[in-house]
Design a protein around this ligand. Structure first.
Ligand SMILES: O=c1[nH]c(=O)c2nc[nH]c2[nH]1
Ligand SMILES: [Zn+2]
Length: 430
């Protein structure tokens, strides 16, 4: 099926941190989509002249953006968003882990997976790197729900063998066996990919990190994700637990877990050595600014990441973060860079890139992240309700870039009118 979408669209096929004029906008644009794939892009008048028979979907009056790509979000935490006022380790004990233990019940986990996938897609997220659950049945339920909504899910079994709570602990042998079975069941099936996911070095022995590395070695193409350098107390404990490691990154590096397919969440307190290794390995730091503020973890040193050449993308970190919207994460990133000494001034182009193409590069998914011919039509239509302030800005904006800035400043999931994944409608606002 072919459709010609008529819209004001923006995208960042290039990286605005390294390319000038990276923001591409078309005020009265056209995207010709055939079988879920973008076949042509340009001015609407040109495309409609070249394809006069293509049915037109008219999306004028809002903004069409590439689907958002969330590079760090926790499945079992959707129902505990908003546990404000605690630092990381207390928040885990009091808010996150009791809820994560409930995921042992597959029926409960399925309900959570529904809330979670709806939350993501309703916010305009079309691809996500998801911290699954400590329970394999819950991870299966999540992949099934993701397939039903169409979400592009990169996810895995979360594994830990110490310092959480007994119900959440496994063994290296079980972590390996359950991970292998999940990889065989889900990796590369439909839109799903698998991510090997030790929770963090604080809760992972060397034995379980070695089991993770074995899965990575035996299944080329699976992704790796974990946490790093989020909270100063966490870092102290990791230092005590791994006396032979040079730093936090080294706990993963020695196990052979750091490479092109590694995404490390937070990295608020990195050393220069860690940044150098991350850059050389071409791995990604998933920046989660709302979580960093909510848990009081600190200011993300974006300038140091960029100077070192470390790739950075955005994550919502639900439920340490405050919701699924990458518009809000973009705004919070902008605020925090504004407030911190030596912060990086972030333009609307930077925010859009961090929320889209940067995530596609992090996950090595070249078919998504922008509106390039040959890419999948993953998109969201931001169309605020008439009479709202964002609608007023949209109607009077001097340029698409000004409208985009306002979308990051005030947009919410309520402004997401429709979401497409691979050309299929995955969400329509009620
Ligand atoms: O923000 C975070 N959320 C978590 O669930 C978590 N687990 C380990 N480290 C973490 N950090
Ligand atoms: Zn996290």
């Amino acid at each position: 099926m072919t459709t010609l979408y008529r819209a004001t669209f923006l995208h960042t096929p290039e990286n605005p941190f390294t390319h000038v004029d990276a923001l591409r906008a078309e005020s009265d644009g056209g995207l010709l989509v055939e079988g879920g794939v973008i076949r042509a892009r340009g001015a609407f008048t040109d495309l409609s002249a070249a394809h006069p028979d293509a049915p037109v979907t008219d999306l004028r009056g809002g903004l069409l953006l590439p689907g958002f790509i969330d590079t760090h979000v926790h499945l079992p935490q959707v129902r505990v968003i908003g546990g404000l006022g605690l630092p990381l380790l207390d928040w885990l004990d009091q808010c996150a882990l009791p809820e994560e233990a409930r995921m042992a019940d597959v029926a409960y986990a399925r309900g959570v997976a529904r809330d979670f996938t709806r939350g993501l897609v309703g916010a305009g997220t079309t691809t996500a790197l998801v911290f699954g659950s400590h329970f394999a049945g819950a991870v299966d339920a999540f992949f099934e729900e993701a397939a039903l909504t169409g979400l592009r899910a990169v996810a895995g079994l979360v594994v830990s063998d110490r310092l959480l709570r007994d119900e959440l602990h496994t063994t290296p042998e079980r972590a390996y066996a359950e991970g292998k079975a999940l990889i065989e069941r889900w990796h590369g099936v439909g839109r799903a990919h698998y991510a090997v996911t030790p929770r963090f070095s604080l809760s992972a022995s060397e034995g379980i990190l070695d089991a993770c590395a074995a899965l990575m070695r035996e299944h080329p193409g699976v992704r790796f994700t974990s946490h790093i350098n989020e909270n100063t107390r966490e870092i102290e404990v990791v230092r005590e637990l791994f006396p032979g490691a040079r730093d936090y990154l080294d706990t993963y590096e020695r196990a052979g877990l750091i490479g092109r397919h590694s995404v490390l969440a937070h990295n608020v307190h990195p050393s220069d050595r860690e940044l150098g290794v991350m850059a050389a390995a071409r791995c990604t730091a998933a920046h989660c600014p709302c979580s960093n503020a909510a848990l009081g973890s600190g200011f993300f040193p974006l300038r140091r990441h960029l100077d070192a050449g470390v790739h950075v993308a955005l994550g919502s970190d639900v439920g340490g973060g405050t919701g699924f919207s990458l518009l809000k994460e973009g705004l919070q990133a902008h605020f925090m860079q504004n407030l911190m000494p030596g912060g990086v001034p972030l333009s609307p182009a930077h925010l859009l890139y961090l929320a889209t193409k940067a995530g596609a590069d992090a996950l090595d998914l070249p078919d998504v992240g922008a509106f390039e011919p040959g890419q999948q039509f993953d998109a969201l239509h931001l169309a605020p309700a008439p009479g709202t302030p964002l609608d007023a800005v949209f109607r009077h904006a001097a340029s698409p870039e000004r409208a985009l800035a306002a979308a990051f400043a005030t947009g919410t999931p309520g402004d997401v009118a429709r979401v497409w994944i691979g050309g299929d409608v995955a969400h329509t606002r009620a």
